[in-house]
Design a protein around this ligand. Structure first.
Ligand SMILES: Nc1ncnc2c1ncn2[C@@H]1O[C@H](COP(=O)(O)OP(=O)(O)OP(=O)(O)O)[C@@H](O)[C@H]1O
Ligand SMILES: C[C@@](O)(CCO)CC(=O)[O-]
Ligand SMILES: [Mg+2]
Length: 397
């Protein structure tokens, strides 16, 4: 089977409110970032499948004959995805020699690639291809790197399998898929997330697929089209952590102390809803200091709740203290336990104040930068629309 070469990209995300609570059926508000993961899929004739994942130092290849043995039992349909095929996951774990509890970066990325590849091609002829992924996102830091990776894999492999068409016309630089096709990409990306996360809510892959700002509740995705322009500082504490472990830890706490933890989750839900209401007011009436005061208080309350859930970290406390000394409010974003935090800048925060805050956070050993939010969701690119330095990496392999 011959596949067509293509480039795709998907954005990372920041969760404004609702991380962890969203896994338990509460509202989350999330927004796409201007940092993206890029994927190049290249057709080959060597009878092999190769993946190059330079961000995580992973370069692997398999003969098609090896992979064919894994799909002898396979009867799956690529347009019907509900839950993970446990037998395929078991075979793949055995094939790459990884145990059920493994959190190894390389194994998780490999497992989710092979799972999607075999699920989408397993009922027909397996194509020979090389897939290279490069991301501007820090890996495992709370900015949805796993979801951006899974969304890129799903879009590229669905296209290569013929389940969805490549949307790019000859004269275009970038193009997006239609709603129905995006839903299919999102549902396959969710499978990839299930392999990496264990029990994802689906909010991260939804942002990677649709981009912009979303309200997410129990799998229901509502794009928020009218949102004010927010200035946000992103800080990466560089403390490594695993989303899978943190999500499992919160679940254990809820099971152990339901009467204590359920009200915390309800309160986070109310924070997301209040934040959504304030953001909407800010688009239809003059923005006042009081709007910002409320947004800041919501950030503080939620950060305390996240500490109660057990997903804080001394480095995140430090972020909150340093920014509060400058009159700015921060909370962790994503799974916490280290990783990244967001700081809301007020309209009157001048660039000198922003710069000195960034410098103080860098002096703590953190990475810190002002970010723009609301980038487009998954898209196909022509080669010339991919930034030169990224194209160079993707074409190197
Ligand atoms: N650029 C990449 N190349 C290959 N694998 C990646 C890449 N980015 C992420 N991954 C996979 O995703 C895993 C990290 O996912 P994890 O969910 O723990 O962090 P995150 O998605 O960055 O944070 P969060 O889920 O809190 O937003 C890595 O271990 C790796 O398997
Ligand atoms: C911690 C969590 O709520 C967000 C991770 O970005 C997990 C999830 O929603 O899948
Ligand atoms: Mg993730």
């Amino acid at each position: 089977m011959q596949v067509t070469d293509l480039y795709v990209s998907a954005p990372g995300k920041a969760i404004l409110h609702g991380e962890h609570a969203v896994v338990h059926g509460k509202v989350a508000l999330a927004v796409s970032l201007n940092l993206r993961t890029y994927l190049r899929l290249k057709a080959d004739t060597f009878g092999q499948v190769c993946i190059n994942l330079p961000n995580i130092d992973t370069f692997l290849s398999w003969d098609l004959s090896q992979l064919k043995q894994l799909v002898t039992y396979f009867h799956g349909k690529r347009d019907e995805v509900q839950c993970l095929d446990a037998e395929l996951v078991r075979r793949l774990r055995e094939f790459i020699g990884v145990s059920n509890g493994s959190l190894d970066t390389c194994s998780m990325a490999t497992l989710s690639f092979l799972y999607l590849y075999l699920s989408l091609f397993g009922s027909g002829e397996l194509p020979s291809l090389t897939l290279t992924v490069w991301s501007e996102l820090p890996t495992g830091a709370g900015l949805g790197s796993s979801a951006a990776y899974s969304v890129c894999l799903a879009a590229a492999l669905l296209c290569a399998s013929g389940a969805i068409p490549p949307p790019l016309k000859e004269w275009e630089h970038t193009a997006r898929w239609c709603q129905e096709e995006l839903e299919l990409i999102n549902s396959w990306a969710f499978q990839g997330e299930m392999i990496i996360h264990g029990n994802p809510s689906g909010v991260d892959n939804a942002v990677g697929t649709w981009g912009g700002m979303l309200r997410f509740l129990a799998g229901k995705i509502i794009p928020l089209s009218r949102v004010p322009l927010l200035r946000i500082l992103l800080t990466n504490t560089k403390v490594p952590r695993s989303t899978k472990v943190l999500v499992a830890g919160v679940k254990d706490k809820i099971n152990k102390f339901p009467s204590i933890m359920v009200p915390v989750l309800d309160s986070v839900d109310a924070i997301s809803c209040t934040c959504e209401k304030v953001l909407s007011e800010m688009t239809c009436e003059p923005i006042t200091g009081e709007h910002y005061n409320i947004l800041e208080e919501l950030i503080d309350i939620n950060q305390h709740h996240l500490n109660v859930m057990g997903v804080g970290h001394p480095a995140l406390d430090r972020l909150c203290q340093v920014t509060l000394a400058k009159g700015l409010h921060s909370k962790l974003t994503g799974a916490g336990g280290g990783g990244c935090g967001i700081t809301l800048l007020r309209p009157e925060t001048d660039s000198l104040m922003a710069q000195s805050t960034v410098q103080e956070l860098k002096d703590c050993g953190f990475d810190c930068w002002e970010t723009s939010i609301g980038g487009p969701g998954v898209q196909q690119h022509s080669a010339i629309s991919v930034k030169e330095e990224i194209l160079e990496i993707l074409n190197y392999y």
